[in-house]
Ligand binder design. Structure first.
Ligand SMILES: Cc1cc2nc3c(=O)[nH]c(=O)nc-3n(C[C@H](O)[C@H](O)[C@H](O)COP(=O)(O)O)c2cc1C
Length: 201
């Protein structure tokens, strides 16, 4: 079975070979230095006004944080039980009433969401550069997990980034193999690059 990357040859690594596998090795762990490097990649992402509105909850396999997540995964996301680490992406959507952080939250919370997405992209690319794979997901009960992990109201839990070593596809259940073998597709460039609405670049 062929692995999924079909990215454009003109792209630089690790953009070219990044993709989102679902069958991870559930035996290999990441050490603290590796997880730290992933978090540093997020930390050095740009953000609106350098507000750095994101927080990542580190959910290592077997931890209490991970158990709280696994209790609330949507049915199609059972694969999230296998990867070594999940970083749960949260972003500050309002002022912190207790202790203002060193960076101010962006005035428009839309930028807090934008910035979390950008930090997440940095994590996925750093993971690939380290020979790891990453798969983002939003299919879980965010409210339930946020409550279980004590998130305050001004911080919104939005997505998870699963990171780990890819599992041996030969050992994957049939359904997982099929899922991973699905062709990766994208909208054509002339639908996403415009000079004005309705006119392709
Ligand atoms: C915000 C976001 C939410 C996603 N949610 C899920 C999810 O709940 N389950 C899942 O298996 N994949 C999820 N994905 C992965 C996407 O389906 C995947 O990135 C997309 O199909 C493109 O494939 P690629 O990453 O291999 O290029 C999500 C990705 C993003 C960025």
């Amino acid at each position: 079975m062929s692995a999924a990357p079909v990215n454009d040859d003109a792209l630089a690594e690790p953009l070219r070979s990044r993709w989102s596998p679902t069958f991870f090795d559930d035996t290999q762990a990441l050490d603290r230095a590796q997880v730290t490097t992933l978090l540093q990649a997020a930390r050095w992402a740009p953000s609106a006004g350098n507000s750095q509105p994101w927080v990542f909850l580190v959910a290592e396999r077997g931890s209490g944080t991970r158990a709280a997540l696994e209790e609330h995964l949507s049915r199609g996301n059972a694969w999230v039980r296998r990867p070594a680490v999940v970083l749960l992406g949260c972003t500050q959507v309002g002022p912190d009433p207790a202790a203002p952080p060193s960076g101010k939250p962006a005035k428009d919370p839309a930028y807090a969401h934008h910035d979390l997405g950008q930090a997440a992209a940095h994590v996925t690319l750093q993971a690939r550069a380290m020979g790891l794979d990453a798969h983002q997901f939003s299919g879980f009960d965010k409210d339930a997990v946020a409550a279980a992990l004590g998130l305050p109201d001004h911080v919104r839990l939005l997505t998870g980034i699963a990171v780990g070593h890819r599992g041996d596809p030969a050992a994957a259940p049939e359904a997982e193999r099929e899922r991973e073998a699905k062709p990766r597709t994208r909208k054509p460039l002339d639908e996403v690059a415009l000079v004005r609405w309705g006119e392709a670049w």
